[in-house]
Write a protein that binds this ligand. Sequence first.
Ligand SMILES: Nc1ncnc2c1ncn2[C@@H]1O[C@H](COP(=O)(O)OP(=O)(O)O)[C@@H](O)[C@H]1O
Ligand SMILES: O=P(O)(O)OC[C@H]1O[C@](O)(COP(=O)(O)O)[C@@H](O)[C@@H]1O
Length: 310
Amino acid sequence: MITSITLNAAIDQIYRLDCLAVGGVNRIMDMHQDAGGKGLNVAKVLTSLGAEVDAGGFLGGSNGEKIRRLVKEKGIPEQFIPIAGESRVCLTVMDTSTGKGTELLESGPVISEEEWKSMLEWLRVKSNQTKWFALSGSLPKGLPDDAYAQMIDIINANGAKAVLDTSGIALRYGIEAKPFAIKPNEKEFADMVGSESLSTERMRKEGCRLAEQGIGHVCLTLGEKGALFCNQTGAFQAEAPLIDLKNPVGSGDAFIGGLLYGFSSFEDDVKAYKRAIACGSVNAAHPEIGYSDWNEVEDLMKMIKIQEFN
Ligand SMILES: Nc1ncnc2c1ncn2[C@@H]1O[C@H](COP(=O)(O)OP(=O)(O)O)[C@@H](O)[C@H]1O
Ligand SMILES: O=P(O)(O)OC[C@H]1O[C@](O)(COP(=O)(O)O)[C@@H](O)[C@@H]1O
């Protein structure tokens, strides 16, 4: 069983239009809404791949009710903790002439101390029943900067494993608690290291340093360039397959879905890494956020070559 936790769940809303005119009048071609926030996208991908997954986190207000209904419609069991605040809307404006998405992300509700305590209590019980956790996305207001670190401590103490996908200060603290895996993208990793941008060699060096400190898998995703992986045995790199790009939003979440599918079904590291990249690329080749399909993933996996750094 895999449990995917979204502390800052969202209604993911996509507006598609011909060509975005910033500062002008834009008429929308079509609009789509789905349950989102990073962890829910991970759960959608895992469900499409046929994995046993459930979802947790915080939900509140009428947006929260809508998210709960959308999650149910996808057949994903959920144990969200109700909160007093209103869950957020995250808007992606897809410019179909360039294939580029502009994301407008609300910061989300304020979580009270009581609500946070309920989450930690729930996790203490849950991590005795579930082996694998995805902890994904930004922290809503009101939570301490070390919120993910507190969660990872509980998960590790119960012998379960956490894959962490967040950024900024929450990532810095989270790393201290030694999650099983982390997945920053290039920019998030450069921010973490305190640099504008990083060469491949510097990414490898910094990634391997973290792996030596006890993070099982440091996965650095590089968008269309693929990903770089560091673990106890070394560093590996793979290019992403060439695809017809439709919408890259949610590709990082799909990558986590693939990684968790692989590890939870005892695939070796290289196969799990290939599955993760393929899942990211399959998502990017479709307009929906958090899209996956078993056969498409298997086909792309055959095209991916993992190379070890010397
Ligand atoms: N344009 C693209 N072409 C092919 N694969 C892509 C593309 N964009 C993303 N991917 C796949 O999705 C993975 C995660 O994408 P990335 O953009 O790095 O993550 P995030 O969404 O977290 O920023 C990549 O490692 C790659 O496998
Ligand atoms: O929790 P955050 O970091 O604010 O991000 C939320 C947004 O991230 C997404 O999950 C997309 O994430 P990725 O493109 O990084 O995979 C959107 O669906 C969502 O609206």
